[in-house]
Ligand binder design. Structure first.
Ligand code: RB5
Length: 142
């Protein structure tokens, strides 16, 4: 189950992400927002981050205008490793190296075609399980 959250700046791109998930039969829980009316991104960041941290959802996708505010807010929640990605290499690497559990993107930054490739890479790339990466992730939590 993938937890989804966005603000008004990410709403248009989130609709495209949802269409991608639907087309690929990927289950999700949408925490909103549900329109382009102006809202506060930390509300959605925290809802998604808590759903991932408590195990209700396996991973999350967060989108605001830049992806910056919503990733900063998500990373305040213990156990969350939210990665702001604007390219496929980073999406793949952050899964392999950081075991990132939330993907953040900028709806006013990243075009739809690239964003969906980033989503695909993020969802399909497993964590490497390499000892050095496990050690470094543990150091983040300490
Ligand atoms: C909203 O205008 C904008 O500030 C928000 O979407 C995001 O870019 C914040 O980091």
């Amino acid at each position: 189950m993938i937890a989804l959250g966005c603000d008004h700046g990410g709403y248009a791109l989130m609709k495209e992400v949802i269409a991608y998930l639907d087309a690929n039969n990927i289950a999700y829980k949408n925490f909103g927002t549900f329109s382009e009316e102006s809202v506060d991104y930390p509300v959605y960041a925290k809802a998604v981050a808590h759903a991932v941290a408590n195990g209700e959802c396996e991973k999350g996708i967060l989108i605001c205008g830049t992806g910056i505010g919503i990733s900063i807010a998500a990373n305040k929640v213990k156990g969350i490793r939210a990665a702001l990605c604007g390219d496929v290499f980073s999406a793949k690497a952050t899964r392999e190296h950081n075991d990132a559990n939330i993907l953040a993107m900028g709806g006013r930054v990243t075009g739809v075609g690239l964003a969906l490739e980033i989503v695909k890479a993020f969802l399909e790339t497993p964590f490497s399980n390499d000892e050095r990466h496990i050690r470094r992730i543990q150091q983040i939590e300490d």
